[in-house]
Design a protein around this ligand. Structure first.
Ligand code: NAD
Length: 359
């Protein structure tokens, strides 16, 4: 089985890659997980995979139960966390019990946060089932919830003991969620690894038809890029911020569309906007800009949108949590596989990017 080691000292863990759940019991036994487990999932994933995983755990001697909350970002809140904690108490969990997060990024972030606070912190493992969570959110230990209209404003760094990726789960993923996850995949290539970008460009047919071997290779390189950045900057003090490529404009587009477009789609448009700024500054040539747009187009992204008045979109950008000393932070490509961070992008440059991404 393909394996990746995330080296975070005493918080280190493995990421395993498979096309089924069959190797899960052995993977858990190998890290000596406790017998008492709570599988936390959402209402969609519950119907698809909770029985299979729970039965597998029970057959292998685990005392496991399932808790599902209603799927959706709107339920990524304290009520759901309290629901998970209540289920932990009802399942008579103690400090040595463990949570198994089975689902997309919402499940991972919430199950991880509940694990971080239940009895002052218990262990958890991640079984991500969306492309976004398999390629991004399950790696890095950021957990949390939304509160008072601010995304991920409450949370904790809490690393999992293991990440078990079954690419077979992507077969049931709605197409728009697959596209959303590809946004993170393409982003990882642009910010850190040009040859991975080439791989994603050259293998688009196999990736889009969900060929297991290709998906495992893609997920593994993806996770290694994210893990490498996280290993160097676990608590987001510097380098980790390059993962925000496409997010400064992307978040504003997300707000402009009242969160009706997926996060990945908005980041895709944000990446085009940031790449245009980089091109106008002479950091990348027009061919590189077009290559970035083409790969997004190849995977079904919109690269142009109808935006409201520019001042309105700009005002959404001012709410960005990642501002430094009141200045917007931009990640700009200098070539495919390399980026720079800057806080000196002017309003004129941003407005020109808005014009460029407008249809
Ligand atoms: N912790 C991090 O570092 C990090 C990084 C990026 C994003 N995130 C968070 O991740 C969340 C988004 O994650 P997401 O895109 O996975 O969304 P999600 O968890 O809401 O999943 C998307 C939808 O797909 C469904 N689903 C999940 N797996 C499925 C499967 N295999 N088959 C069919 N349907 C399935 C879910 O029920 C949901 O309806 C956001 O809350 C974001 O803040 C966290």
């Amino acid at each position: 089985m393909e394996k990746l080691f995330v080296d975070l000292g005493k918080n280190s863990y493995d990421i395993l890659f498979s096309d089924s759940f069959s190797a899960l019991p052995k993977a858990l036994a190998d890290i000596n997980v406790p017998k008492k487990l709570l599988v936390v999932t959402d209402s969609n994933v519950e119907k698809l995979y909770a029985d299979e995983v729970n039965n597998l755990l029970k057959e292998n001697g685990y005392d496991s139960a399932v808790y599902a909350f209603t799927a959706g970002e709107e339920n990524k809140n304290m009520d759901s966390i309290l629901g998970i904690c209540k289920a932990c108490i009802e399942h008579e969990m103690d400090r040595k019990s463990m949570i198994v997060a089975l689902g997309g990024g919402v499940v991972g972030d919430m199950a991880g946060f509940a694990a971080a606070i239940f009895m002052r912190g218990i262990d958890f493992v991640q079984i991500p089932t969306t492309l976004l969570s398999q390629s991004d959110s399950s790696v890095g230990g950021k957990t949390g919830i939304d509160f008072m209209e601010s995304k991920n404003i409450l949370g904790a760094f809490h690393q999992p003991k293991l990440v078990y990726i079954n690419v077979g789960t992507l077969k049931t993923l709605p197409p728009e969620q697959f596209v959303s996850g590809m946004g993170e995949v393409i982003k990882h290539g642009i910010i850190r690894n040009g040859s991975f970008f080439d791989y994603v460009e050259e293998n688009s047919e196999k990736i889009k038809t969900l060929d297991s071997e290709t998906l495992i290779k893609m997920d593994k390189i993806n996770c290694s890029i994210k893990a490498d950045v996280v290993e160097q900057d676990e608590k987001e003090m510097g380098l980790r911020a390059i993962l925000n490529f496409g997010h400064t404009i992307g978040h504003a587009v997300e707000s402009a569309y009242d969160f009706k477009m997926t996060h990945g789609e908005c980041v895709g448009i944000g990446m085009v906007g940031a790449s245009y700024i980089a091109h106008k500054r002479g950091l990348i040539d027009v061919e590189t800009l077009k290559r970035i747009e083409n790969i997004l187009d190849m995977y079904g992204f919109k690269t142009r949108v109808t935006l409201p008045e520019k001042e309105t979109v700009f005002s959404f950008m001012q709410k960005d949590k990642k501002k430094i000393a009141g200045k917007l932070k931009f990640v700009l490509p200098t070539k495919i596989g390399e980026v720079m961070q800057t806080t000196d992008v002017t309003k004129d440059e941003i407005f020109a990017a808005f014009d460029y991404i407008s249809e």
